[in-house]
Structure formats: structure tokens, C-alpha cells
Design a protein around this ligand. Structure first.
Ligand code: PAF
Length: 281
């Protein structure tokens, strides 16, 4: 596997390997990322991963500074997973001048859930993803469903700007106790780690209530009950919410009657660590 640090190195490596499959990451890789690489290998002959901790998508007071940077270990894992190229630029390569042009994602999709809790987050995500797509020119880019809203926004951006890339979503990988794999799980101490699957359990219970035949006007009560349950266990929930899969809007009575596909999403803080998860119903 070749490691490329500069745009020039990337450009020259891609001369003989056009339109690869891209797996964008912020590093500190775990089995969830490796599942993205495995899917990428099924989809194309050249797989390129990127590792870049993108300052633009972190708000003031968030964990940009302490976000784990583990490039050497990441490179070893990517090599063993069969990745062909690793693009690991520094800030001067990604943002040679301050990034004053930004993608402004549709507020209907970007302003709620994660967007409401983390203002500006999706602007930062879509801006860096657009830039990575421009630099790498992949035929396919692979993202995890764990960041469900991110995946939908990237799909919408690609569609709106007619970008010539297919966006592939990959199922969330979980620990044996149900906790969704995340780089931020590493912030948890032993007792928080033992509690962490409670978020998944709360979403599962909420999903079961919906499956059992919740009416649209009962959804808010079910969501509040899930948040209260988390609060009683020592969490500070930002939201738990039942949404339509296709656009993440609240399901209307006619959506439920039609059997529209739904997803349950949640984000909550345990101590200083913010975890998020979702389940398709
Ligand atoms: O999902 C992530 O790790 C990041 O949001 C992404 C897509 C790599 C952009 O920085």
C-alpha cells in the first residue's frame, strides 16, 4: 500500500489507477471502518482510504484537539485489509488557504438532529467530502450507516451537484453487546463502557414500540419515554427520534398507514462523551 501525503503524490498515483473506490475516514480505525474497506474491495479494483481529521466539522469546544490521531496503526490496518492507497494529507494540503467557500446543505435535512446539536457540522462534512471527491475523482465512495444523516446529506449533495460518483452505504458494525463501533468509544472509562450499550437498547425499545403499531401522535410520547429512560440511567440525551428513512422528516399518519420505511436515531452524552446510533425499522 502506498501512503500519499500530498496532492501531487495523490495525482501521480491515480494516473495509473483512475476512478478508484474511496473510503473517507478521520482515522483511529476500527472494525466498522474495515467493513467499509471490505465493501470497497468488492466494488472496484483499486481502493483508496483517506485519513484526515477535518477541523471544519468540529464546533467550538468539541473534541478536534483530542481526536485520536493514530496514523501508523491505521496504515497497518488498512494494509492488512487490502487497501491499495492511503491519502493522509495535513491541513496545509487540504486547506492551503483558509476555506472561505463552503457547501451549504439543505437546512431541512441538515438543520435537525445532529445539525441542531452541532451547528455547522454538516457544512464542514459536506465541504471536505466535496473536496475529497474532487481530489480523488472516485467512481464509488463508501460511508457507514452509523452516521445516517451524514450519509443522506452526502447522497443529496452528490445528486444536487450531479457529481459523477456512486455513494455506497454500509451497515453499522457492533460490539458483541450491541454498542455501535466508533472512534469516540475510546474516550469511555470502564464503567461508562459497560453502560454504553444502553443507547442501542433504548433505540431498540423505541423501534419495537413503533413496530408494535404506534400511531403518529403517539410517537413523541414514545421518544420522550426513551429519553427519560436514558436520563434515569445517567445519560444526557440530545435526541431520540423516529424519522422517515428517505428524508429524515417526521412520519405523518399517512406515512405510517402506507408502511413507509422508518429509522430510529439517537444521540446522547455519557459523561464527556457523545455517542450516536440508529436502527432501521
Ligand atoms: O464520517 C467521518 O469519519 C467524517 O465525517 C468524514 C466523512 C470522513 C468527513 O470528514
Amino acid at each position: 500500500m502506498h501512503i500519499l501525503h500530498t496532492r501531487a503524490e495523490l495525482h501521480s498515483a491515480l494516473q495509473s489507477k483512475p476512478r478508484p473506490v474511496l473510503v473517507p475516514t478521520m482515522g483511529n480505525l476500527h472494525a466498522g471502518h474495515l467493513a467499509l474497506v471490505a465493501r470497497a474491495r468488492e466494488l472496484g479494483s483499486t481502493v483508496i482510504a483517506s485519513v484526515f481529521v477535518n477541523r471544519l466539522q468540529f464546533g467550538p469546544g468539541e473534541d478536534f484537539e483530542r481526536y485520536p490521531r493514530t496514523l501508523q496503526r491505521d496504515a497497518e490496518q488498512l494494509r492488512s485489509a487490502g487497501c491499495d492507497l492511503l491519502f493522509a494529507p495535513d491541513e496545509a494540503q487540504m486547506y492551503p488557504s483558509p476555506q472561505t467557500f463552503h457547501v451549504r446543505p439543505d437546512p431541512l435535512l441538515a438543520g435537525e438532529l445532529e445539525g441542531a446539536s452541532r451547528p455547522g457540522h454538516f457544512e464542514g462534512v459536506t465541504t471536505v467530502v466535496l473536496k475529497l471527491l474532487q481530489l480523488v475523482q472516485p467512481g464509488v465512495a463508501v460511508f457507514g450507516k452509523k452516521d445516517y444523516q451524514q450519509l443522506l446529506l452526502i447522497r443529496a449533495m452528490v445528486e444536487q451537484f450531479a457529481l459523477p460518483v456512486h455513494i455506497e452505504g454500509v451497515e453499522t458494525v457492533r460490539e458483541a453487546d450491541g454498542l455501535a463501533m466508533s472512534s469516540r468509544n475510546g474516550y469511555l472509562d470502564a464503567s461508562q463502557r459497560a453502560q454504553a450499550p444502553q443507547l442501542h437498547h433504548a433505540l431498540r425499545e423505541l423501534a419495537q414500540r413503533v413496530r408494535a403499531g404506534c400511531r403518529a401522535d403517539e410517537l413523541r410520547d414514545a421518544e420522550t419515554a426513551a429519553e427519560q429512560r436514558l436520563r434515569s440511567l445517567g445519560w444526557q440525551p440530545d435526541y431520540t427520534s423516529v424519522r422517515r428513512r428517505r428524508d429524515l422528516q417526521r412520519p405523518q399518519p399517512e406515512d405510517l398507514a402506507r408502511g413507509d420505511q422508518l429509522v430510529v436515531l439517537g444521540a446522547a452524552r455519557l459523561g464527556g462523551t457523545r455517542l450516536l446510533d440508529n436502527l432501521e425499522i
